[in-house]
Design a protein around this ligand. Structure first.
Ligand code: ADP
Ligand code: ADP
Length: 229
């Protein structure tokens, strides 16, 4: 399970300006759809609607055929994992940050998730900016390392649906490749929506949707989109 469907979705933050102008797409269970397009096109808005931070003005969003209009934000968060671009860490160990959302996880499971995300050596440390009562300072984590913490959290939580917001720049290309490999690993077999900033990172997506000014301008597989240019 985990099929996601947007059906003629219209949305505006304020009444004078429509942001999504009739968006329809389907992500079959276990498949990956990438959403690309220029800044301001409405990509993040799609992710906010899926979590019901806002509700659609018309049209429908369905998960396994159920309209999410009747589903609480809390239960949406339990079926959809989010790997954001920018992860804010809590004032506790990296291990705690990884098990956030799955407090029943065993130490062994946490370690395994951390190792898969390649953040294993850091898990007993606090993040940067925090200090223990005995004055031990937190570790300064790079953007890539913070993203690995979010990836480890998602591996542990193993939600049927994944929402990935790919990093724009910030990461050097070596780190980016490693993160990309870790993201590919977590998304395998899960329904995945990737907000991507470059076509080159979503070569293997089952469908790529090019969003422009709130409409789907083009759609297809990577090779098909390249062939059109
Ligand atoms: P993208 O992720 O493709 O860069 P967004 O979905 O973030 O685009 O934004 C789409 C449009 O909606 C932009 O023009 C942006 O300025 C506008 N927008 C985003 N968030 C809000 C908000 N909270 N209130 C009003 N307008 C917003
Ligand atoms: P952005 O400012 O990056 O565009 P959005 O407004 O699109 O962010 O909303 C996505 C944000 O919601 C993520 O950055 C993330 O912090 C938060 N979020 C939503 N659902 C979850 C979740 N299940 N787990 C963790 N964070 C979540």
């Amino acid at each position: 399970e985990g099929r996601v469907e947007f059906r003629d979705v219209h949305f505006s933050y304020d009444p004078n300006r429509e942001i999504l102008k009739g968006i329809s797409f389907e992500v079959p269970a276990g498949k990956t759809v990438a959403i690309v397009g220029p800044s301001g096109a409405g990509k993040s808005t799609i992710s906010r609607l899926l979590f019901r931070f806002y509700d659609v003005q018309s049209g429908k969003i369905l998960i396994d055929g159920q309209d999410i209009g009747g589903v609480t934000q809390e239960s949406l968060r339990s079926v959809i994992g989010m790997v954001p671009q920018d992860t804010v860490l809590f004032n506790d160990t990296i291990a705690y940050n990884i098990r956030y959302g799955r407090f029943d996880a065993s130490a062994e499971d946490i370690r395994q998730a951390a190792d898969l995300a390649q953040i294993g050596p850091f898990i007993e440390h606090l993040p940067d900016g925090y200090e223990t009562m005995v004055g031990e300072r937190g570790l300064k984590l790079s953007g890539g390392e913070k993203q690995r913490v979010a990836i480890a959290r998602t591996i542990l939580k193993a939600p049927p649906i994944l929402m990935l917001d790919e990093a724009t720049s910030a990461l050097d290309s070596h780190t980016e490749q490693e993160i990309q490999a870790a993201l590919d690993m977590v998304s395998r077999g899960r329904t995945t929506i990737v907000i991507a900033h470059r076509l080159s990172t979503v070569i293997s997506a089952d469908e790529i949707i090019v969003l422009k000014d709130g409409r789907i301008a083009e759609r297809g597989r990577h090779a098909e989109l390249l062939a059109k240019d």
